[in-house]
Design a protein around this ligand. Structure first.
Ligand SMILES: Nc1ncnc2c1ncn2[C@@H]1O[C@H](COP(=O)(O)OP(=O)(O)OP(=O)(O)O)[C@@H](O)[C@H]1O
Ligand SMILES: [Mg+2]
Length: 308
């Protein structure tokens, strides 16, 4: 990636509420056309970062630029380029989807004709029926989220911010949503998305893990797995007969285990510790390497910081 591919540049960003730093000295770049994922526990500072990039909040320190323009000083210029689907549902529940579109479009000075044309195309793109007669409050959770996406895309922004767009929706809706996110990126849009679902994070080009206002890891899913698991995690299964004693032995060795069906499974990255704990049960267990998941990476990154 060369420098001209950078569209959003966040440098030493701090956002404080009183004396509390919700975002604490964060720096990262987002490349044009990528799907950039933002992960982190509740309260990590994801939404606050997004709202600052979108120009809704001002940095307390540091800067955010879009194509070199300072966001806090160029809000009017940048507004048409940014689409923001808020974590909090923002469509009007008493209006239909189309009435919501009419309203959203008016905020971007679009004419009713422009809004109707664009809205028709978007419904087709998203797979929603045209002119749903019901007020938004009567729609299912998945359709509501899709309608909120349509509203965020109405003015055809090139930077699309989706804050937990799939939270609380069905697996089918999540899959459909991610198919749309991929198509948006293929169309050249830059997508900045937050999620709590680790399987969704796998679909991102790069991801940033945020923890208590700081970015604790950043890279492609593959890079993060290699960084945090230079040695692959191990998973072991035991026969049920020795389950109880083995769990106890593992616990003593500081290895957390879980029961799955008739097997006991653990994940450990230190083979020597595992071997020592299992030694008394020779012949009654099976050890294999497993590929790390992003969930493993996330837990490892967070526990790594806690142990510092
Ligand atoms: N306007 C505000 N005033 C005071 N504190 C705030 C405000 N907005 C956010 N915070 C606090 O800042 C921290 C970060 O919040 P933020 O909403 O950015 O987290 P998040 O990572 O998006 O969490 P979630 O996954 O729950 O959406 C939290 O402790 C939150 O309570
Ligand atoms: Mg949030």
């Amino acid at each position: 990636m060369n420098k001209t591919d950078i569209v959003i540049s966040v440098k030493d960003l701090t956002v404080s509420f009183g004396s509390f730093k919700a975002v604490d000295g964060v720096s990262f770049d987002v490349h044009r056309g990528e799907i950039f994922g933002f992960l982190g526990a509740n309260g990590a500072g994801k939404t606050t970062t997004i709202r600052t990039i979108c120009g809704i909040l001002n940095p307390s320190a540091g800067s955010v630029t879009v194509d070199g323009q300072d966001v806090s000083r160029s809000t009017a210029v940048l507004k048409p380029r940014i689409g923001y689907m808020s974590q909090k549902f923002t469509l009007y529940p008493d209006l239909t989807v189309h009435e919501n579109m009419r309203f959203a479009g008016s905020l971007y000075a679009m004419s009713p004709k422009q809004i109707d044309e664009r809205s028709r195309k978007l419904m087709e793109f998203i797979g929603l029926p045209q002119n749903l007669p019901d007020p938004v409050s009567h729609l299912s959770g998945g359709v509501k989220q899709m309608a909120a996406l349509a509203s965020a895309l109405l003015h055809d922004p090139e930077l699309v911010f989706l804050d937990e767009p799939t939270a609380g929706t069905s697996p089918q809706t999540r899959a459909a949503f991610w198919a749309l996110i991929r198509r948006l990126a293929e169309m050249g849009k830059t997508v900045f998305v937050t999620t709590h679902y680790m399987d969704e994070a796998e679909y991102c080009g790069r991801i940033a893990l945020m923890e208590r206002g700081k970015i604790i890891a950043l890279g492609t899913p593959q890079e993060l797995k290699e960084e945090f698991f230079p040695v692959k995690p191990l998973e072991i299964s035991f026969s049920a007969t020795v389950q109880h004693e083995l769990r106890e032995a593992l616990k003593q060795a500081g290895i957390v285990s879980a029961v799955f069906g008739n097997n006991l499974r653990v994940r450990a990255s230190d083979r020597a510790v595992l071997d020592r704990a299992c030694a008394p049960f020779a012949g009654q267990f099976d050890v294999r390497e497993v590929p790390p998941t992003l969930e493993d990476v996330f837990l490892q990154a967070v526990s790594g910081r806690e142990n510092k």
